[in-house]
Design a protein around this ligand. Structure first.
Ligand code: ADP
Length: 591
């Protein structure tokens, strides 16, 4: 699993410390928007300073208009105040649209990069990390960091500027009053540090629970038939409720601790106000200070209150984002175990014989292949048979480099596959598997797989040869019929025929067939088998088949047991040898 424990963010050796996370975020996704950010920042500064000017206007309002009884001054004072609100209206709309643009552009860029990176990872990674968790990471975690830069800019631009400007107003009226108002501020430091750590830890927990929630949903919807047939609805719902219950509990705790800082600010501000009142009241009563000065000071301090609270929450916002960023960058740092050759060579198109030479492979502790050696001749059909779990599918995964073996060599046309260009290697294969993987697209799209410029005649030939036309012609929408999620709108045999058409069109020199006909009824099987025979003609073909009837005609049969080759030969020679193959045959025929 890609873990991302909450280390202390100040640990200098921690690659996911707040500082490093921020720098990576800045370099990768924010710095390219720096000009737009600068404009937003300036707009925020204008917005932030309007409040200070507003509070400053209260002094002439009180001292000249109300107390000084100079009615005509109301026009210019009122005009300035209206102007300030008009400016705020304009700045508000501009910065919102700018910030939305920056947030969305950077978070979607991150999503695309993350997807591109994840797609380079090996089969082992996808075995460890369920699809739901990966979806949550790409969608949920990137969105979780989306808000952070808009909050940061809003905070630093508008709130910090208003705060500074409002304090400047306060200091200009009375530095002593200001100092008294701030007397409790140092009390905030320690709780802020403690709360930040707590928030990061809890948020990391919420994010991993969210990944579990996505995984549950993914498993339920993918296994919907099994869920219903086994009456697992209540069980699945209760598991889901448990997970979301945990999310609620943790989120509420996080929110409460986040609110602790603004609450503390409230208390500290209340104390400050009380102090100022006690100090200022006698001065005003004695006439040493004016009512207007006090009102202006009081308003400046009151207006400083909201930005101060928001800034107090900024650390919390950052911690929430940092928890997601840590998960995202942990994933970015995960490298594929498939090591690409430094100077990859192109495969020799004319030679496609396959050789496994003393290949060992294990999944963790579990040894699957033991010094496996065999060859599959070019243009011939080689069948791999053996009990379930013997390691046959692993052979396919190794061949296409979904995983790499612990030791031994795998060669195609005499070249080690490790040395070949990975894309070119995979271009050598057409794969038709038992659970023919179809996408929720039209039948045509499922056959051409993105090659929209496919020649119409070639497509028609492939569709006919694979017996796809037989059924697609009878559908009202023909080839434009949607195949449904994972091809569920088609029958098993139809799905396989679509997969065969795909392979025919792909026209790769090596064909890998995995149990291609095992799940079909006799009529479908005959059609699929005929299509497969056409497909395998002239290609180097490797078949995994449990049903021995389908491999009888293979040029060579390799019997694998416990990860090693125990016998090889043709159907007849193996029957004669009376070993494992013969006993597997006897078992099937008595069935
Ligand atoms: P076969 O195709 O012959 O039935 P496989 O190659 O699929 O066998 O699997 C061989 C063994 O490896 C099995 O015991 C299986 O449980 C194990 N195995 C397969 N894939 C994985 C994996 N990703 N992680 C752990 N064990 C695996």
């Amino acid at each position: 699993m890609i873990t991302s424990g909450a280390r202390t963010s100040r640990d200098p050796g921690n690659p996911y410390s707040s500082g490093r996370l921020f720098m990576r975020l800045w370099k990768g996704y924010l710095s390219q928007h720096k000009w737009m950010m600068a404009v937003a920042f300036i707009i925020m500064m204008i917005d932030g300073s309007t409040l200070a000017i507003l509070s400053r206007m209260l002094e002439p309002l009180f001292d000249r208009v109300f107390v000084g009884r100079d009615a005509s001054s109301v026009w210019w004072v009122g005009g300035v105040i209206f102007g300030l609100f008009a400016i705020r209206a304009a700045t508000n709309i501009t910065y919102k649209s700018l910030m939305t643009r920056i947030s969305l552009r950077s978070s979607t860029a991150m999503q695309a990069d993350l997807l591109a990176h994840v797609l380079t990872l090996d089969g082992g990674f996808f075995h460890e990390n369920p699809p739901g968790a990966l979806i949550e990471r790409i969608q949920g975690d990137t969105v979780a960091v989306q808000g952070v830069w808009s909050s940061a800019i809003t905070g630093l631009g508008r709130d910090a500027v208003s705060l500074v400007a409002l304090f400047a107003v306060a200091v200009s009226i009375d530095p002593l009053w200001t100092a008294v108002a701030l007397v409790g501020a140092p009390l905030l430091i320690l709780p802020t540090v403690v709360v930040q750590r707590y928030i990061r830890r809890k948020t990391a927990h919420v994010r991993s629970q969210a990944a579990q929630r996505a995984t549950r949903l993914d498993e339920i919807f993918h296994g919907i038939t099994a869920v219903k047939l086994n009456r697992m609805e209540d069980y699945q719902i209760s598991r889901f409720r448990t997970i979301v219950g945990r999310i609620v509990k943790t989120e509420v705790r996080t929110a409460a601790s986040r609110a602790a800082i603004p609450s503390l600010i409230d208390l500290v501000t209340g104390l400050g106000f009380l102090g100022v009142l006690l100090l200022a009241a006698p001065q005003i009563v004695s006439g040493a200070r004016s009512v207007g000065e006090f009102m202006s000071f009081f308003t400046a301090m009151t207006l400083a209150f909201q930005p101060l609270r928001r800034l107090g929450d900024m650390a919390g916002i950052w911690q929430v984002a940092a928890a997601s960023l840590e998960r995202l960058f942990t994933l970015f740092d995960r490298q594929s175990t498939i090591r690409l050759a430094a100077n990859p060579v192109q495969p020799d198109a004319g030679r496609t014989d396959i050789r496994f030479d003393n290949v060992d492979h294990s999944y963790g502790e579990h040894v699957v292949l033991r010094r496996l050696s065999f060859t599959a001749e070019q243009g011939k059909t080689t069948a791999l048979v053996g009990p379930s779990g013997a390691g046959k599918s692993t052979v396919f995964n190794l061949l296409a480099r979904m995983i790499d073996p612990q030791s031994g060599r795998i060669l195609i046309g005499g070249q080690e596959i490790k040395a070949l260009d990975l894309g070119a290697l995979r271009d050598l294969f057409s794969v038709v598997t038992q659970d023919a993987t179809l996408f929720d697209e039209t039948i045509r799209e499922n056959v051409v797989l993105g090659a929209d410029d496919t020649d119409a005649d070639r497509l028609a030939q492939a569709l006919d040869a694979a017996h796809v036309s037989d059924f697609s012609d009878t559908l009202p929408l023909g080839l434009e019929t949607q195949a449904g999620p994972r091809g569920s709108a088609l029958s098993g045999g139809q799905r396989q025929r679509v997969a065969i058409a795909r392979a025919l069109l792909r026209d790769a020199p090596i064909l890998l067939l995995d149990e291609a006909t095992s799940a079909l009824d006799a009529a479908s099987e005959a059609l699929v088998q005929e299509a497969l025979d056409r497909l395998s003609k002239g290609r180097t073909t490797l078949i995994i088949a449990h049903r021995l009837s389908t491999v009888r005609d293979a040029d060579k049969i390799i019997v694998i047991d416990h990860g090693s080759v125990v016998e090889e030969g043709t159907h007849d020679t193996l029957l004669e040898a009376d070993g494992l193959y013969a006993s597997l045959c006897r078992l099937q025929f008595t069935e």
